[in-house]
Design a protein around this ligand. Structure first.
Ligand SMILES: *[C@@H]1O[C@H](CO)[C@@H](O)[C@H](O)[C@H]1NC(C)=O
Ligand SMILES: *[C@@H]1O[C@H](CO)[C@@H](O)[C@H](O)[C@H]1NC(C)=O
Ligand SMILES: *[C@@H]1O[C@H](CO)[C@@H](O)[C@H](O)[C@H]1NC(C)=O
Ligand SMILES: *[C@@H]1O[C@H](CO)[C@@H](O)[C@H](O)[C@H]1NC(C)=O
Length: 346
């Protein structure tokens, strides 16, 4: 080793300046190529995973929940909590803004990276295509009877019914069916605990009519038919009233309802299903980008401040910050799932 490096140093000393620059240039190119995204993990629908792959994913989530927190948030005990606390901290700045979908893209990809790099998970972040299961019958519960909610091969089901006070239900949601602790599966109290902002069990509170109405493929089609990023982003989030469906609200309120964490804007990542729900939101975005990739790798818009639709808009060099989870990234970097910051595909 010593001999070789001395030899190389001597060689470099004897090179003419032009050769040296050429050599460094080639080295730089090779370095650049090595850093590129060569074998992107391919994200799949939960039910496309083999049972062994599903188990590996669930095990990795449990692993993350057993690693010590590094975020410094009061109440965050483990690495899983770090993600939830970061989302909670930034909640006022990341919804109904132009960077909503890209902030969440970065956040999910960073979670995927933590599962892979810190917990040895070999696969990609799965998603839940709720449109597969949405029924045209408003009151159908079929969407909850799939393998996504299965205790053995999924994320477990609903909590017991609990009534909610008006203070607990400021959005006046109707039709909730649960609210108690998740009773079965890998995230029931026996195997999983919520720590942030205070210790609790994971709660779910299914609302069938929201799930069935908001998760319809026809609404996904409407969102994906938008001509540019600004209109796409606005159609995706729509307005925060329940008389107007929005696909982003489907998983949140259809599963979290009134009393479950997934229905709480700040605390929603307490439910591991958050990452499959938002994985699907990201897939909807990714598919929309593929329809005109040339343009849609370089286009953003929408307000910097929530719902400020006539105010300042985000630009490609707008910076997204996810706290201690990962370094800052620009929106332009995050538009590309196979670039220098992100590396995955669908
Ligand atoms: C999701 O499900 C809907 C409804 O079946 C289907 O139209 C759509 O193609 C699915 N998307 C993916 C990526 O599987
Ligand atoms: C579904 O149920 C909700 C709540 O009962 C109701 O407000 C809504 O109008 C229903 N939608 C359809 C399409 O029937
Ligand atoms: C919920 O209902 C209360 C009481 O009727 C009302 O004051 C409040 O504005 C409603 N909230 C929403 C978001 O509709
Ligand atoms: C931001 O974008 C919206 C939608 O395209 C536009 O109406 C608005 O004028 C823009 N804001 C500014 C300050 O240019």
């Amino acid at each position: 080793m010593v001999y070789i490096s001395c030899f190389s140093a001597a060689r470099i000393r004897n090179m003419r300046l032009g050769d040296l620059i050429l050599a460094l240039g080639v080295f730089g190119l090779v370095e650049g190529a090595a850093r590129k995204c060569r074998n992107p993990p391919q994200r799949k629908e939960w039910r496309e995973l083999h049972l062994a792959e599903r188990k590996e994913y669930i095990d990795a989530v449990h692993c993350l929940a057993n690693l010590d927190s590094i975020s410094g948030f009061d109440g965050a005990v483990n690495r899983f909590d770090d993600f939830q606390a970061t989302h909670s901290d930034q909640t006022p700045n990341i919804h109904w803004v132009g960077h909503f979908v890209l902030w969440h893209r970065y956040y999910i990809a960073t979670y995927e990276k933590a599962l892979r790099e810190e917990c040895g998970y070999k696969g990609a972040q799965p998603y839940w295509n709720w449109s597969l299961d949405a029924s045209s019958d408003n009151s159908s519960t079929a969407i909850y009877e799939t393998e996504v909610f299965d205790a053995e091969v999924g994320f477990g089901g609903n909590g017991d019914y609990m009534s909610a006070t008006p203070e607990q239900n400021p959005l006046n949601l109707t039709g909730h069916t649960g609210g108690g602790c998740v009773k079965d599966g890998p995230f029931s109290s026996k195997y999983f605990q919520v720590n942030y902002p205070e210790p609790d069990c994971l709660r779910r509170d299914f609302i069938p009519w929201i799930m069935n109405t908001f998760a319809q493929q026809s609404i996904v089609d409407h969102v994906q038919s938008q001509p540019d990023y600004t209109t796409f982003a606005r159609a995706l989030e729509n307005v925060p009233v329940f008389s107007q469906p929005n696909i982003h609200g489907s998983g949140h309120f259809g599963v979290g309802g009134v009393l479950g964490q997934l229905g709480n804007q700040a605390q929603s990542p307490a439910d591991p299903l958050f990452y499959l729900h938002h994985g699907n939101v990201d897939r909807v975005f990714w598919e929309w980008q593929q329809k005109d990739l040339w343009t849609r790798l370089h286009q953003v818009g929408g307000p910097v401040a929530p719902m400020d639709y006539s105010g300042t808009n985000v630009t490609l060099d707008f910076t997204v910050n996810i706290g201690k989870l990962a370094p800052d990234a620009t929106l332009e970097q995050l538009l590309n799932t196979r670039g220098d910051v992100l590396c995955y595909t669908y």
